[in-house]
Design a protein. Structure first.
Length: 335
């Protein structure tokens, strides 16, 4: 009983701290509450986020602000076609000592940080993109046969422009699967854009302050994994993920006709963590079926694809995810 009460107190304290962090972030990144929530979700779950939006919507500003508010040491890499893996991971140089002896010394690359911004990640070649695969999944990199730990916490927030595709290299499915959530950054509404104009074109701008430290973020990630999840929510997560696999007997006729490949077990893991994070951000002690419905699109949309015929017809993957999640949620509620 005492242990449960202690967990309740910890969850409530963390929820209050997250509300403070979100307020600090929105001092510089105005509006776009959904984007802020999803980015914080990625950090709380110990995962990575893929920010997709047109230039000028504040993606870089958001990542820089997050680095300050969450107390993380951040680096930024601008991905270009001529970027090489060593530009991210680091490289060995040959040093000559005063006595004439020589030895190799490893110079760490920008990946050795706590929050890495991979700007326009799809502009680098597949060889360079693959340099992040091991780092994102295993939190280590291998250079010259030696494994180097990146430490904790380690997060990647990558950006993509959804319109300009000339000279880009689409991310492979294995790398997309390593992003916990896909975060779509849309145009702000008129009132929000007015607030942005006023706040960012004056003599001074509002500043964000540090709310978390790296150690506190790690503790928050541990607490999130201890949050209880009801059996009904677990079953809904399984039902939802498996519903998008066209070879499954439980898949609908629409999924079998339109989906080329569906999400794997990592999607279910990501959804399990993401619903807990959403509950935390809203000050609740446990996730609900509503959280599963709300997190379905950001967790699943980059982990599955429509087949050629569906794309040719102009079918929407996002609409398919939303409709299936809503139908499952309604069925759970009715039961």
């Amino acid at each position: 009983m005492a242990e449960a009460e202690d967990m309740v107190a910890q969850i409530e304290a963390l929820s209050a701290k997250l509300a403070e962090a979100k307020a600090s972030i929105t001092n510089r990144f105005i509006g776009q509450d959904r984007v802020v929530d999803l980015t914080l979700t990625a950090l709380l779950c110990g995962g990575h986020g893929l920010l997709i939006g047109l230039p000028g919507l504040g993606k870089t500003r958001l990542v820089e602000t997050l680095s300050t508010v969450m107390g993380l040491h951040g680096n930024r890499v601008q991905f270009t076609p001529d970027l090489m893996p060593a530009d991210i991971l680091g490289s060995e140089v040959l040093d000559t000592a005063e006595d004439g002896t020589r030895a190799f010394r490893f110079i760490e690359g920008p990946v050795f940080c706590q929050l890495l911004m991979a700007d326009e990640i799809n502009r680098a070649s597949p060889r360079t993109q693959s340099a992040l695969l091991q780092a994102m999944q295993e939190k280590t990199v291998t250079v010259a046969g030696q494994n180097c730990s990146l430490g904790m916490p380690f997060h990647v927030l990558a950006t993509q422009n959804p319109i300009e595709q000339e000279g880009t290299y689409p991310l492979p499915e294995a790398q997309l699967d390593r992003f916990l959530v896909q975060i779509d950054v849309a145009y702000p509404d008129r009132d929000t854009e007015r607030d942005i104009l006023i706040a960012t074109t004056g003599e001074t701008e509002a500043q964000s302050t540090e709310v978390f430290t790296a150690d506190e973020l790690i503790e928050a990630q541990r607490l999130l994994r201890r949050m209880p999840v009801g059996d009904s929510v677990v079953e809904m997560i399984l039902d939802l993920v498996r519903a998008f696999r066209p070879e499954e007997s439980s898949a609908s006729a629409q999924v079998r006709e339109t989906v080329a490949w569906g999400p794997g077990p990592r999607a279910a893991q990501a959804l399990m963590l993401a619903v807990r994070a959403r509950a935390l951000l809203e000050g609740r002690l446990a996730p609900s079926a509503e959280d599963v419905t709300a997190m379905a699109r950001p967790v699943l949309s980059h982990r599955m694809a429509l087949n050629f015929a569906a794309r040719a017809r102009g079918d929407s993957l996002q609409a398919l995810i939303d409709d299936t999640a809503a139908a499952l949620g309604g069925a759970k509620a009715a039961a």
